[in-house]
Design a binder for this molecule. Structure first.
Ligand code: NAD
Ligand code: TYD
Length: 341
């Protein structure tokens, strides 16, 4: 019997992960704990909300008594921790929620998981904790933490709290650090879904600075499979980098999206650069590949084409987000049924 507590399972990567582990049958039950912030959306869980193996619990990870009471009487033996504030631009505007959720919330979960005697805790982190690269080189697990944005600093702090729990209490945690994800159900404030949805609406595509910043793109399914490899076969106490090996400059990605949607490059608008904008991220995933036998399978070209098709076929999903209509979904359909507040 494996019962997994997933935090942040109504967000982009968490909802893809929940769908994937229920489909593969590796978990007997999944407890999905999420506060449903602006980026959490039960419409991301279409098809699994009615699965008897899946239970949704609405709670804020930074509220220790609230999490305790929400999980009272619910059994789980492992934790996969996704819940976070995740958008760099928002962290530049206001870092408060990032400190509360990413730092304090992670410690609340570590304490709860230790009290509950969990056998494994996978902390989902990001390559952004390593800072920025120049034109060459890759981030390895031994690259010093050197976060540049408030988001990255809050994730680095959470990684260090996990490390401290391992060292101090012998807590059975593992850390993953992944590069930029793309795929279905990504909130349309992030580069790829924002550009695809704006292109489909014939709206301008805002490119920060010179558009030559480089990200290493990985399909969300490959990331989820990497997390599963770490959960099932990783060594407790270790950090595993996960990356797609697909380095692209932002402007290349934007132009590829315009070409795939048959929209003109005149929609591109070069706008003021992001403050402190990291120039390049790129991952060395050799450790996960050699130790765990994991490697990314989706090529960027195929993955981007499938993703664009998904946003074309699921226009209602992102239109409801852009209009704000999705915020009413929980209140109208699920609050009473799921016993949330
Ligand atoms: P997301 O913003 O789409 O989802 C975050 C989820 O966490 C939402 O469902 C939200 O409601 C929930 N949440 C936020 N605050 C909460 C709180 N206080 N209590 C409970 N739930 C809360 O983010 P994502 O892109 O799916 O990222 C998930 C995780 O993966 C994050 O930890 C992020 O740092 C990490 N990560 C993301 C990427 C990427 O490219 N998106 C890459 C590497 C790592
Ligand atoms: P983003 O998706 O926010 O991810 P991250 O900042 O975590 O890498 O941004 C990806 C890249 O795209 C980053 O270099 C910033 C850039 N970008 C734009 O040029 N325009 C935009 O509107 C957004 C949201 C991002």
């Amino acid at each position: 019997m494996t019962s997994i507590l997933v935090t942040g399972g109504a967000g982009f990567i968490g909802s893809n992960y929940v769908r994937r582990i229920l489909a593969s049958g590796v978990a007997d039950s999944v407890v999905n704990l999420d506060a449903l912030t602006y980026s959490g959306n039960l419409e991301n869980l279409d098809g699994v909300l009615d699965d008897p193996r899946h239970r949704f619990v609405k709670a804020d990870i930074a509220d220790a008594p609230g999490v305790d009471s929400a999980l009272g009487g619910i059994d789980f033996d492992q934790v996969v921790h996704f819940a976070a504030e995740s958008h760099v631009d928002r962290s530049i505007e206001d870092a408060g929620a990032f400190l509360r959720t990413n730092v304090l919330g992670t410690q609340v979960l570590l304490d709860l998981a230790r009290r509950r005697g969990v056998t494994r805790f996978v902390h989902v982190s990001t390559d952004e904790v390593y800072g920025a690269l120049g034109p060459t080189g890759l981030f390895s697990e031994t690259t010093p933490l050197s976060p540049n944005s408030p988001y990255a600093a809050s994730k680095a702090a959470s990684d260090l709290l996990v490390r401290a729990a391992i060292h101090t209490h012998g807590f059975p945690a593992l850390i993953t650090r992944c590069s930029n994800n793309y795929g279905p159900y990504q909130f349309p404030e992030k580069l790829i879904p924002l550009m695809v949805s704006n292109a489909l609406e014939d709206r301008p595509l805002p490119v920060y600075g010179d558009g030559m910043q480089v990200r290493d793109w990985i399909h969300v399914n490959d990331h989820c499979d990497g997390i599963e490899a770490v959960r099932q076969r990783g060594r407790v106490g270790e950090v595993y980098n996960l990356g797609g090996g697909n380095e692209r400059a932002n402007i290349q990605v934007v132009k590829a999206i315009l070409a795939a949607t048959s929209k003109p490059e005149s929609l591109i608008r070069y706008v003021a650069d992001r403050l402190g904008h990291d120039r390049r991220y790129a991952i060395d995933a050799t450790k996960a590949e050699t130790e765990l036998g994991w490697s990314p399978l989706v090529s960027f070209e195929a993955g981007l084409a499938q993703t664009i098709d998904w946003y074309i076929s699921n226009r209602r999903w992102w239109e409801r987000i852009k209009s704000g209509a999705y915020l009413e979904f929980y209140a109208r359909h699920y609050a009473a049924r799921l016993g949330g507040n």
